[in-house]
Design a protein around this ligand. Structure first.
Ligand code: ATP
Length: 227
């Protein structure tokens, strides 16, 4: 499965997402059109409850819209069965959680984390490329270290590296700097901006001005609509 030439990292058209709860219906996303370009960091902003996480989950293929269509790297997600979606997600999408430790397996070294991510993506990545990626993340001397031996910022940079290894179309990150101090956050964001240039699209939700400062573009949500 190779990304269609020239296709954006991801896009959605006319997307609605509604949650039904015991107390009623919440229209989390209403008729949302978004395009996430490759080679860029796109930041999703909006007040609490405006639908940022819902949008991220749809574009990461974790959740499905009630209406509208989603494309990842030029591939239509609609109409795929559970297996097809899993396969598309595994090869073309990475999802980064807010807490660095949640993105890594505690018993694997940094190199082993990268190797696992590449293998899961079905990508043959030579060891020297994995080490070069670690070096690019400022983790050259951490290749044999496990997450518990790394700072939060180092863990998150390693998670970003795992996110791009093997060449997915899209890396989705929900508040990736929320747990980091400024110096660590800036290094994570620089890592994203640097790695995006290889052609992956980053889609990052954040309230953090440090994230907004490195973003190449914005999706502004208000009450579930693109504002
Ligand atoms: N699983 C769910 N069940 C019911 N309602 C939900 C569910 N997930 C989200 N919502 C509601 O959908 C709306 C959008 O939520 P979402 O988490 O996408 O917003 P957000 O912009 O990410 O908010 P925050 O910045 O506070 O994380 C909110 O009104 C929220 O309460």
């Amino acid at each position: 499965m190779t990304p269609a030439d020239g296709a954006p990292a991801a896009s959605c058209t006319g997307v609605d997402k509604t949650y039904r709860t015991a107390t009623g219906v919440v229209r989390a996303l209403v008729d949302v059109d978004v395009e996430v370009p490759r080679g860029r960091v796109t930041c999703v902003v909006g007040p609490s409850g405006s639908g940022k996480s819902s949008l991220l989950r749809l574009l990461a293929c974790i959740d499905s819209p009630d209406a509208g269509s989603v494309r990842i790297g030029g591939h239509a997600v609609d109409g795929l069965g559970a297996r097809g979606r899993r396969r598309l997600r595994r090869r073309q999408v990475s999802y980064l959680f807010q807490r660095p430790g949640d993105n890594l397996l505690p018993y694997l070294t940094a190199t082993e984390q990268l190797r696992l991510a590449a293998d899961l993506r079905g990508a043959a990545v030579p060891d020297e490329d994995l080490l070069a990626l670690l070096a690019r993340m400022g983790l050259a001397d951490r290749a044999g270290h496990r997450p518990g031996q790394l700072s939060g910022g180092e863990q998150q940079r390693l998670a970003v590296a795992c996110g791009v290894v093997g060449g997915p179309a899209l890396v989705v990150a929900d508040e990736p700097t929320a747990e980091l101090d400024t110096a660590a956050a800036v290094r994570v964001l620089q890592a994203m901006a640097d790695l995006a240039t290889a052609g992956v699209g980053f889609l990052v939700s954040s309230h953090d001005p440090r994230v907004m400062a490195v973003a190449d573009g914005f999706v502004r949500l208000a009450q579930g609509r693109v504002a």
